[in-house]
Design a protein around this ligand. Structure first.
Ligand SMILES: CC(C)(COP(=O)(O)OP(=O)(O)OC[C@H]1O[C@@H](n2cnc3c(N)ncnc32)[C@H](O)[C@@H]1OP(=O)(O)O)[C@@H](O)C(=O)NCCC(=O)NCCS
Length: 453
């Protein structure tokens, strides 16, 4: 079964939500068809471009609404149509993918390209679509949904900022070292091809090993990113190989097509084992600057820097600190976990492994986690998780620790320790022994997820 194929359960869910569904006032909520590709592209291009048309997001929509798209396709695109004027007025899509947590794979649904025509806003059209999208995602077996989105908004739909998104360092074009007269570049940059995958994939895997949550990239995904069809190339740059002038591959870099807030964004960069990252960065910076200036001319947008959105820590930041004077704080991944005990049971091997290496190895007992209006109970037997289930706190039985709704996800996903959360939120608390247990089970660890988009 491909990631995007609707299962029987998914079809039943669709029937349950009665798609197409009449939302009243001539508005219909339905799944897209391939005929929607162009009107949808025009709609999201207008919405995201605001005063200018956003050709990149339009090209992206054109691709993912195409039947040939290997991951999304029209069946994962929701649309609200005003049948009175035959117009798409709101949309979102679902990107199914697999992530890992401490090495354990788990299925994730990523809502993306959420947009409503300005004339139809604040009428609950996104809220309606989320009900269906979350049901679809659940039917596809996703344990988690994750979205990168505008400030605060998705909190309304049970999402919490559970780990970092982006963040990193900025290199202004004025800091890019120029070649001296008569000096030749010792490296060159070229588009990656499928032949490069066996050499480059381990470099990506090595970077993932630093991150608690990752999006593994099997060969099929590398090929998806390298798709050089006109539909894909209209919005996505290929990864770039860095090689010596005699063609020996020494690293790779991934850079955005789009210009965002006067910068071009680098999402990945790595050097091969035994290769100095510092040595190859001047060539790469010169290439990135030239690329940014070309895009700037084509897109008619100013650009003045490269933003290395590589997280709080990255080998590049140690390699060229003098060229990266400005730090940008990370934003956050919005994460929704519809069934926390189910996710805890799924992640049990990783949690048990942490426990075994802690001061509470071999622990037996129940850990009751209160979210005030609901709660969870993890039952340990000799260091193993015998069960994780919902548990209802009461005034008389308030459990072992407490979190305002959803804040527990920050602990689970390594964003903060229990003591840090207690500093940030006066209504987070934990008794003495549970504090030791929570520290053992949920150590702080950064994530830098290069998701499928
Ligand atoms: C953000 C956007 C998608 C919201 O669409 P919408 O159809 O107006 O959303 P809904 O009406 O379903 O929103 C649900 C609730 O949030 C409120 N809301 C709408 N926009 C909001 C915003 N920007 N911030 C906070 N709340 C907002 C709505 O009033 C509604 O409140 P209610 O349930 O109490 O009545 C739309 O404004 C848009 O397309 N913006 C430009 C593109 C964009 O930024 N997309 C998101 C990218 S991640």
């Amino acid at each position: 079964m491909s990631l995007k194929s609707p299962t029987l359960k998914q079809q039943i869910e669709l029937m349950r939500y009665a798609l197409p569904r009449d939302l009243g006032n001539d508005l219909i909520l339905r799944v897209a068809t391939r005929d929607d590709a162009e009107p949808l592209a025009q709609m999201v291009g207008r919405v995201f471009g605001r005063e200018n048309f956003d050709a990149n997001v339009a090209a992206y929509a054109r691709h993912y609404t195409d039947e040939t798209h290997p991951i999304i396709g029209p069946s994962n695109v929701l649309i609200v149509e005003d049948t009175r004027v035959d117009k798409i007025v709101s949309t979102m899509c679902l990107i199914p993918q697999t992530w890992t947590y401490a090495g354990i794979p788990f299925p994730v649904g990523r809502p993306e390209v959420v947009a409503t025509d300005p004339e139809y806003r604040n009428r609950g059209l996104v809220r309606e679509q989320f009900k269906t999208l979350h049901a679809l995602s659940d039917a596809m077996g996703h344990l988690v949904q994750g979205i990168t989105g505008i400030h605060w908004y998705y909190r309304q739909f049970e999402y919490e900022y559970a780990f970092d998104l982006g963040g990193g360092r900025v290199c202004h074009f004025s800091n890019v070292p120029a070649l001296k007269e008569g000096e030749a570049d010792p490296y060159r940059v070229r588009a990656m091809t499928p032949d490069d995958i066996p050499f480059i994939a381990p470099l990506y895997d090595r970077a993932c090993a630093r991150s608690l949550v990752t999006c593994p990239r099997p060969e099929s995904l590398w090929r998806y990113f390298l798709d050089d069809s006109p539909l894909a190339r209209a919005y996505r740059l290929p990864f770039q190989i860095i090689e010596t002038t005699d063609g020996r591959v020494v690293g790779y870099v991934d850079c955005s097509h789009d210009i965002w807030q006067d910068v071009i964004v680098v999402g990945e960069i790595a050097a091969a084992e035994g290769q100095s990252l510092r040595a190859l960065t001047p060539t790469v910076l010169r290439w990135l600057k030239a690329h940014g200036e070309t895009e700037s001319a084509q897109q008619n947008k100013p650009v003045n820097a490269v933003y290395f959105a590589l997280g709080r820590e990255h080998p590049l930041f140690d390699a060229i600190p003098e060229l990266l004077p400005r730090t940008r704080l990370p934003y956050g991944w919005y994460i929704r976990v519809p069934d926390v005990p189910r996710l805890l049971r799924h992640l049990a091997p990783a949690l048990e492994d942490r426990l075994a290496r802690s001061a509470m190895a071999g622990h037996s007992g129940a850990l009751k986690i209160s979210e005030y209006r609901r709660g969870y109970k993890i039952v340990f037997e000799n260091g193993k998780i015998a069960n994780a289930e919902t548990w209802q706190p009461t005034v008389d039985e308030r459990g072992d620790c407490g979190f305002p709704p959803l804040v527990f996800l920050q602990l689970l996903f390594g964003r903060a320790t229990i003591m840090e959360l207690r500093e940030f939120f006066p209504d987070v608390w934990a008794n003495d022994e549970p504090t030791i247990l929570l520290d053992a089970l949920f150590p702080k660890q950064a994530s830098c997820v290069c998701a499928v988009g």
